[in-house]
Write a protein that binds this ligand. Structure first.
Ligand code: NAD
Length: 335
């Protein structure tokens, strides 16, 4: 397999926590970050020194990065840049691994996808839960009938702070409209993706959002009507008095509930003993970067699907809140 030479745009928190370690884990013979750029002067150099990317080219502009000797770009900038930077990278002939949410609208996402297909380049969205062993294991167990026919999902993800406080201190773009920050693009895009992954496509969404402490949505309550007849409730907040989390999936034969160790399945048939699965025992999977590199080798033209469908759900959440009526996610036809 050809070695993939990456350019990284955006040297912030997710680049440090996810992109650098996962590229490093592939080994220098398979992948390497060879060029970096950040809008803040000096940040790319400091980042390269901190993460031992000392032979990487420090670029002064995105154009310089795209002109350097790279095969693919990792886009880890604030949300507003995902679409334009992806389009520029694809036009320059580079494969793209873009952070979630892949774009601001499904119309933008479709432009990105259509261009990637036309250029025969891989476009993948970093929908992290698709690569998290615990979540993948839950979705697989549900698909294999562990809880019987899916009936209902309840997902609560609440914190006491927006990401500019705890996750990436000072990154105020997360709570600004002009950078397309919001709880919808931050967490709904992950959990909506996961719920669709576990229960299948959503046909209608009802939603109410609030902007209690920010100019962007900081509370989201959405009701999902799944195509298979199941229902779901997604409850998200950045303004709870303290962090709370729950994921409960109900079927006609059992219930799956996440807990501190991993997840627990209990059965309607009380003669069946409960099954506790530990996160630590969930089989390791190729991570997002390993998948991306394999997809480049396989010339996979559908690596964008999870990101595109998650974005369609986010757009439906916003539309449903705006109109007060149910909204249908604009899913792109499945191949
Ligand atoms: N996949 C996940 O689980 C996950 C988790 C957190 C964040 N994210 C996503 O990653 C992206 C970045 O988030 P973060 O937490 O790293 O934010 P951050 O603010 O910590 O980092 C963003 C970096 O981009 C730089 N930047 C801003 N505008 C730029 C531009 N036009 N060109 C070049 N650099 C620019 C900033 O200076 C900063 O260094 C967001 O889209 C976010 O939604 C994904």
């Amino acid at each position: 397999m050809k070695k993939i030479r990456f350019g990284l745009v955006g040297c912030g928190k997710i680049a440090a926590c996810n992109h650098v370690p996962e590229v490093a884990a592939l080994g220098n013979r398979r992948a390497e970050i060879v060029a970096l750029v950040d809008r803040v002067k000096g940040k790319a150099l400091a980042f390269a020194e901190k993460h031992q990317l000392t032979s990487a080219q420090i670029c002064k502009s995105y154009e310089e990065l795209l002109a350097s000797d790279i095969d693919a770009v990792i886009i880890a900038t604030p949300n507003i840049y995902h679409c334009p930077q992806t389009i520029e990278a694809l036009q320059a002939g580079k494969h793209v691994l873009v952070e979630k949410p892949m774009a601001g609208t499904v119309a933008e996402a479709d432009k990105m996808i259509n261009l990637a297909i036309r250029k025969k380049l891989v476009l993948q969205v970093n929908q992290s839960l698709r690569f998290t062993p615990l979540y993948v294991q839950i979705a697989r167990r549900v698909a294999a009938g562990a809880i019987g026919r899916p009936l209902h999902a309840r997902c609560l993800r609440a914190s006491a702070n927006s990401p500019d406080v705890a996750w990436s201190p000072g990154a105020t773009w997360f709570v600004q409209k002009r950078y397309e920050g919001s709880l919808v693009g931050d967490i709904a895009v992950h959990m909506a993706d996961f719920l669709q992954c576990a229960f299948g496509p959503v046909r209608r969404v009802h939603a109410v959002t609030r902007n209690w402490a920010h100019e962007v949505e900081d509370n989201v309550t959405a009701i999902f009507d799944f195509a298979n007849g199941a229902t779901g409730v997604l409850q998200l907040s950045w303004t709870f008095p303290q962090g709370e989390g729950a994921l409960e999936l109900y079927g006609d034969e059992g219930k799956l509930c996440t807990n501190k160790e991993g997840f627990l399945i209990t059965y309607k048939d009380s003669s069946k003993p409960p099954l506790q699965v530990r996160a630590a025992d969930c089989k390791a999977l190729p991570d997002s970067h390993a998948a991306f590199v394999s997809r480049i080798a396989a010339n996979a033209m559908d690596a964008w699907v999870a990101g595109r469908e998650a974005l369609a759900l986010c757009e439906a959440i916003r539309a449903a809140n705006k109109t007060g009526a149910a909204a249908r996610p604009k899913n792109r036809a499945r191949r």
